[in-house]
Design a protein around this ligand. Sequence first.
Ligand SMILES: *Cc1c(COP(=O)(O)O)cnc(C)c1O
Length: 413
Amino acid sequence: MSASLAASEPKTKAAPTNGLSPAVMATYARHDLVFERGEGAWLITSAGDRYLDFGSGIAVNVLGHAHPRLVAALTEQAEKLWHTSNLYRVAGQERLAERLAAATFADRAFFCNSGAEACEAAIKAARRYHYVSGHPERWRIITFQGAFHGRTLATISAGGNAKHLEGFGLPPEGFDHVPFADIAAVEQAIGPETGAIMIEPVQGEGGINVAPAEFLRGLRELCDRQSLLLILDEVQSGMGRTGKLFAHEWAGVTPDLMAIAKGIGGGFPLGVLLATEEAARGLTAGTHGSTFGGNPLATAVGNTVLDAVLEAGFLEAVQGKALRLKQILAGIADQHADIVEEVRGQGLIMGLKLKYVQVADLVKGSVNENLLVVGAADNVVRLLPPLNIKDEEIAEAGERLSRALDRAASAAS
Ligand SMILES: *Cc1c(COP(=O)(O)O)cnc(C)c1O
């Protein structure tokens, strides 16, 4: 360290934002809220203020906060073994891979720690697949406007959001962006270098846009006809969020590769790339890796989340709760037709598209009602409750949201 940066020298402090310590990079526009603990769908500050959590840490806490089964699984594993690296077999990883394979289209799993890494692995798997199949030229991937696949350089390039790309130099090549749910545009974009199509069955960050079933089926047909791989990003829409284990099941199609994360760890960082045997062909020893990916702690939790979501009746219960939430949101949209343009979504990933009111203002207004919701693009407020949310909590959230909308409407008029 140079003398001028010695600890004794005063350092220039950045102005704090929303109470955030200037020691933390201000990459997020945060609420000035610090939670001390959680109980189910509730987050509690050190002062004892209780917030109803309809964001679930962005679709992560599928079983709510501090679920006793997850706490037990994590602490039991913590006393035995945390980490060994992937130089050795990891029992929990093999078990989770086999169970995910049994429950889905997949034959193989690669473990990582986040959604972006799972998407990055999917991109690499698709390119390597064509490479080992004698078509190294087929490395381009068709992606969709409004997509979000993470914040690594490759995934911001895949997403194509100008705000995410600005200032980071020339984006990694190889992604062709087409309008969402436009099969003709996809067909037109396919060229001799195209190797895959990558899509979120429900765009989350993009504003809760549900891909129509016939569109997903159209993509599958195109991929089959043109020997392309279909990559689904179910990082947000998966793990029971839509009332099926994965959203694509509603359309009756299966992908070749699928990225999952968020819900699978229930709050513990865990990402997985799932693949058919064929699509996994390229990722052989030494071609890809992750130090932490699928470590004993993460997979102990992942296996326990999967236990709960696969339990008889769990997904049916999600569908019932989803119907209830949809009815409440439809009522709210009618009641606030002046500022709510549309109700969107599927299952427990729902959105209200607002007009005349900025989503950031409504999110703040909801915080004032002790309700946590999440903004999305296209001026949409996102509702992502824990999947085991109680009916009375759904009703309570509806009332709080309705009050926040009332307030927003009168402020806007
Ligand atoms: C959140 C998200 C990602 C990125 O996940 P991280 O864990 O933040 O890297 C990728 N794809 C989708 C659809 C997401 O919602």
